[in-house]
Design a protein around this ligand. Sequence first.
Ligand SMILES: [Zn+2]
Length: 194
Amino acid sequence: MNPTQNPTLTGRSIARTLRDTALYLTRHGWCQGAYYDATGGSFTPPACLVGALGIVCYGGPVDAPALNDADPGFADFDEAVTFLGRFLGVRHRSDVYSFNDAHGRTKDDVLRALELAAKLAEQPAPECCGVPLVEAANSPSRDFVDDIVRSYWCERCGFWTHVEVTDPDEKARLTEVFRSGGKPESAAFLGGAA
Ligand SMILES: [Zn+2]
């Protein structure tokens, strides 16, 4: 079977949720230490990261966004918060709550994290044998002509493929990571994200 390299529907919907969350925070404000800043009595209060994700998915503030599983928006919330949690774990050794509430954190930090996570969610996720390919442990890497590639394999048939990173921002970021001798994000994160 030929692998396909389109972003998955799930990846696209996660990216949309994360960008809507960033838009909400930009428009209505950001807070720390609580889901919502209810002091203004607004239906669209300033919110923390998880609070804003909840508003985007549920249409308004709820008491406990992560426990609101009877709501039709819960699947979207759960997908986006899980993806973002994995991203923040790998990138910042943090989680969605402590990242938001960290001392010195700014709204811009939160908006940047949302945008980068959205970009990763949109990244092409190759499929083979009807399942998403798994990103290899040594991926991303530089190939012999110094292109940056992500390597994937099919758990079912053993097919291997290498996908060049062409997004300019992603390429620049990974180039800088390699140049500084750092480690790119773990493959486990991206493998699980497809
Ligand atoms: Zn296969």
